[in-house]
Design a protein around this ligand. Sequence first.
Ligand code: GAP
Length: 602
Amino acid sequence: MVESKSNDLMERIVALCKRRGFIFQSSEIYGGINGFWDYGPLGAELKRNIKDAWWLSMTRQRDDVAGLEATIIMHPKIWEASGHATTFADPMTDCLLTKKRFRADQIDPQSGVAYHFAGAKDASPAGAGKQCDDPYSVLVMAGQHPEHARKVAKQFYQQRGIAQPELLGEHIENVENSTRYNPENGSLLTEPRQFNLMFKTYVGPVESAENLAWLRPETAQAIFAQFKNVLEVSRQKVPFGICQIGKAFRNEINPRNFTFRSREFEQMELEFFIRPDEAVEAICGHVAKPAGPGHPGKPQPDWGWQIWHQYWVEERLRFYENIGLPRSSLVEYWQKPEELAHYARATVDILYKFPFSKRDANGELAGEELEGIAARSDFDLSQHQRFSGKSMAVYDEDLKTAWTKLPDAKKTELSERYYTSRLKYLIKTAVPAADAERQARQEAAGLAKGNYVPHVIEPSAGVDRLALALISNAYCEDQAPDEKGNLESRVVMRFHPRIAPVKVAVFPLLKNKPALVAKALEVRDLLRPHMAVFYDEAGAIGRRYRRQDEAGTPFGVTIDFDTLGEQGPDLKDTVTLRDRDTMKQQRVKLNDLLPILSEKVR
Ligand code: GAP
């Protein structure tokens, strides 16, 4: 019941997205292409606003983050270093009957009775003597009739050329929590096999192994590859970050939930480089750790990785709240140790409660990932150092100075700790033990001279998922009076003005009065350099309001006869300003309009 209500809501949201031009199916006139989406006029504005808000908060409003815009296709070694070439894969499985493809790790475990068949022989007169010996199984779940298994099995053998199958070798088995059967029809699935999600291409005219390249599956790696260049030109010092917005591509096995899991999407990623804790301790005498939940405040030199991680989780939550996602719609999910990537020390996922999210035991929407904030140690830069042969270490003057003043016992303790952590990384990456020990010793000696490979905190968000979250959050059905004051249902998109695709709509009361139209165009031109304005003169004013409500335009300005001074001098050069959410209208002076609106949409 609850599930279907959510699905209904999602269907209405998808319909609105198409009707109002937020999101269209890509290549729709050719039947579409699964996992690819286009953004229409309103969607394109919404996405632009999301990216602008992120860019503003991540770099322009900070001194310690610089931007980057790298290419989508990069040297293939990048993906060897990052691990994507070998490990960026999902387990894929197909239904033996319908051929439908699933991600094996996304199949809900099922229990029931498995009907196993050894094969089938053809009972039709024409097929006498024909037999198929392929074994096959069907899971019958509680409440289903055993005949279901036989019916499905017969379809399976019919597909294998047995016109009238007589099933052979039937036996049953109780099955608990299995993911080996198609949840939709009970048919056995193929053995899961790993499928690399990166899209392949070739650089140049020859399709040979040496020309093989990949469309990037994340924007992050370019940041690591350009780390040294950006460090040099931006005159930044650790701690500092590099951020990037751009397209990413993943050949998802099962794109689903509208744009949520797409094959082409955009990411907004920050790699924030920090000192290893040993360097912080050498400089500050101690390492500050989180004192409790919540925002830890302005960054401090004594912060270790844990408090930096907490800082970025809180910063990102603030960002989402600032663009209109209420805290109650977000979930902060700490990945369990067994869920963490092998290099990650901690990862927090920020989830949004989408209408299609599963519900927890209390019936609450559990949420789906909008963004992950990972503490990735010094893994990424170390990998690129190893694969490229170029040093990714920085020189930290403060560390060098502090180190000389440390007592010998402290020097030894910090050196040993650093040595152990570097050794762990090197051994994990299959460097032979003797070489790993030698290299880790050298790196520990380097630390004493002020050199280290920075650690990183990575907040990584998806533009498309955020657009979908904002659309889902904004969608609202309520009642509003029509022309005659009768209440009628309306769909209103309650976007925060900061993120709304169009900020203000300008309407002349009547389109057949040239003076009203001329004044309205004047108002449009006054506002247009400062914000997205939509001018609309078609139809009754109530209908025009309704159209803008559906587009999520937070403000409407109407130019009427009072504006022209036709009802007396008092109201001349005033307009009505309508608020989408309260539907209240106020009379404001034209001279005040721009400052009032600018303040509201900032
Ligand atoms: N560099 C880390 C990284 O890429 P991720 O969790 O795989 O981490 C980060 O991706 C974000 O990118 C996700 O939180 C999500 O918002 C977005 N994202 C990932 N795969 C996506 C897909 N198939 N469709 C839409 N957005 C996706």
